[in-house]
Design a protein around this ligand. Structure first.
Ligand code: ADP
Length: 587
């Protein structure tokens, strides 16, 4: 208890709590207590001079009012410590008790019946004070002793008016016994009060710990996102340059051996680019900028296509691939993102299965469609099953051999199913195999998926392209690549030089790096060129995967490509930018 209080400097102590309770009760009880006192005064009115009972009643009123005012003041202001406040409250309780006990001065003048009524009222007030003092021993005794103590004595010593002495003695004994019961009850009440206070303190402490743990987890997650973003940015830049040079190299006349080497470089770069793309996917999903375009998917077609795609690799490993789907099944989801989920899962099934088969089944259950991707591979030990959805977590790759993947596939799947609202379950038995279940609502087929956008034909030949990038090697790579595609290229490394280059020679298209030197950036540069030639088509290229940056580019409405850039992706983006510009002109 002590240590909990020290750990909680702002929490109230049990004394402060008791003081508050006493103050609260002192505001509630004055009226019923005063009515009880008025009744005792009423009994005495016929037996003692008016001045006596009236003065007593006034005294009771004054004490109740003083107690009410002082206790309120003690809790409102912090001039006194809690202990001092509590001491004052106990003294006030004692004064209250003594005042009520003073009514016993009327006792000898009352009839037996009136004495019984007076006793009943005093015992009632005493029992009530257990609740109003939370059984606090000093506060309760301060009231009990000056009231029931003299009452028992008076019953024992003052002769009964009816002459039945045994009634008086018995009543005295009963009052003593009853007082003992009240004392025991008050101890229980006090224990409960302290326990409930302690539990509340523990709750406060638990809440505080929980909040701290949550904040820590959130900050760790933010740090992880920042790390992912900056690591992938730093890696993207050189890989991007390398890709540009590799693509340019492949377009040159090469002897057979050099072409083979160049193709190896291209393949290795593609693997690297795919891994960087996974990092980017995680960043994009975390930034919340991945858009969901729901549509209706024909499950059978999708499964057939995927089974066909993985067929050759599976056969090369000696595995069977089968799929089973009732004809006409349709689901409502985003086709591209959903396919990504299935590809990641089937890709893993292929990677982690050495013999047996990979199955992709779809079954209809009530209003849902369940897609089951099963393999007869190595399975995942129970102890690892929760962790495999974490980023970079791999069960059996302590040497972190990157040809075995990055450990991002399932963390992307987890984010995607969450985004798409798909329920996913996994059952895996070590050494036997793994099954992933994807549970989706069945589609009534009313939404029709838009046909895939036709890639515009390549139009970059004869274009004048302004490349804005603050890295000379990237400028050079772009120049070589784009000129080998037949374009004319100007380069600039900042907004100022871009505006100057554009003023000297109007570009048909701007290719700008998002992050330039200092405060400068590709968006500012594009705006500067468009100030001279409005509506010039533009493409942003970025190695940045920081969620904020991605959002900024998205909001500007300019297509954004990510480094490292594959030559085909660049070609298509240029063609698309030029076509949509023509569309704009027609519109
Ligand atoms: P990666 O496949 O790149 O290692 P994932 O995030 O896709 O990363 O998977 C994480 C880990 O989960 C893998 O390293 C593998 O150990 C385990 N795993 C995933 N799918 C399967 C599967 N079908 N069978 C056995 N193990 C699997």
């Amino acid at each position: 208890m002590e240590s909990t209080q020290h750990a909680l400097p702002n929490a109230k102590t049990v004394e402060a709590e008791l003081l508050h309770l006493l103050a609260r009760q002192s505001r509630r009880v004055p009226i019923p207590v005063f009515l009880a006192a008025a009744m005792i005064a009423g009994l005495a009115a016929a037996r003692v001079p008016t001045i006596n009972w009236a003065a007593w009643l006034v005294l009771v009123g004054v004490v109740l009012a003083t107690r009410w005012a002082v206790l309120g003041m003690l809790t409102d202001r912090s001039r006194f410590s809690e202990q001092q406040g509590l001491r004052i409250a106990i003294v006030l309780n004692a004064v209250n008790g003594v005042t009520h006990g003073l009514s016993l001065a009327f006792f000898p003048y009352l009839t037996d019946f009136e004495r019984a009524v007076q006793s009943f009222l005093l015992i009632g007030l005493c029992a009530g004070s257990i609740a109003t003092t939370a059984g606090s021993r000093p506060a309760f005794f301060a009231y009990l002793i000056p009231t029931l103590g003299p009452l028992a004595i008076l019953w024992a010593v003052v002769p009964s008016d009816s002459g039945a002495g045994w009634i008086s003695i018995s009543t005295a004994i009963i009052i003593v016994l009853f007082s003992a019961v009240l004392i025991a009850l008050s101890a229980d009440a006090n224990r409960l009060f302290r326990e409930s206070f302690e539990i509340r303190l523990q709750h406060v402490e638990l809440n505080r710990q929980l909040k701290a743990a949550l904040e820590m987890a959130e900050s760790a997650s933010r740090a992880k996102t920042r790390f992912l973003a900056s690591a992938s940015h730093d890696l993207r830049q050189p890989v991007h340059t390398l890709s540009l040079f590799a693509a340019a190299l492949e377009m040159r006349p090469l002897d057979a051996r050099t072409r083979e080497i160049s193709q190896h470089i291209g393949t290795a770069l593609q693997v690297l680019a795919a891994q960087l793309d996974s990092l980017l996917d995680v960043s994009k999903l975390d930034a919340g900028i991945v858009q969901v375009n729901p549509g209706t998917i024909e499950v059978e077609h999708l499964l057939e296509r995927i089974a066909k795609e993985i067929g050759p690799d599976a056969r090369a490993k000696g595995l069977d691939v089968t799929f089973d789907c009732p004809a006409g099944l349709k689901v409502e989801t985003d086709a591209v993102l959903f396919e990504r989920v299935i590809r990641n899962l089937t890709g893993n099934a292929l990677k982690y299965t050495d013999s047996g088969e990979i199955r992709i089944d779809a079954v209809k259950q009530d209003e849902s469609i369940i897609l089951i991707i099963s393999d007869t591979g190595r399975g995942i030990p129970d102890s690892e099953q929760a962790r495999i959805f974490e980023e970079f977590y791999q069960v059996d790759n302590p040497e972190r051999d990157r040809t075995k993947g990055l450990g991002l596939g399932l963390s992307i799947v987890r984010r995607l199913v969450h985004l798409l609202g798909i329920r996913m379950e996994m059952v895996s038995l070590e050494g036997k195999g793994t099954q992933f279940f994807l549970i989706l609502p069945q589609s009534d087929g009313t939404h029709v998926t838009a046909p895939p956008v036709q890639q515009a034909t390549f139009l970059s030949a004869l274009l004048h392209i302004l490349v804005i990038d603050d890295e000379a090697s990237v400028q050079e790579g772009m120049r070589i690549l784009l000129t080998s595609l037949g374009s004319r290229v100007s380069t600039a490394d900042s907004t100022d030089t871009a505006a100057a280059a554009a003023a000297a020679d109007r570009p048909d298209l701007i290719l700008a790096d998002l992050r330039l030197r200092g405060e400068d950036n590709g968006l500012i540069a594009i705006r500067a060129v468009r100030a001279l030639y409005p509506d010039t088509p533009a493409i942003l290229i970025s190695g940045d995967t920081a969620p904020d940056r991605l959002r900024e580019a998205e909001e500007a409405g300019i297509p954004l490509l990510h480094k490292p850039l594959h030559a085909d992706v660049l070609k298509q983006a240029i063609a698309k930018a030029m076509t949509s510009d023509q569309d704009r002109a027609v519109a």
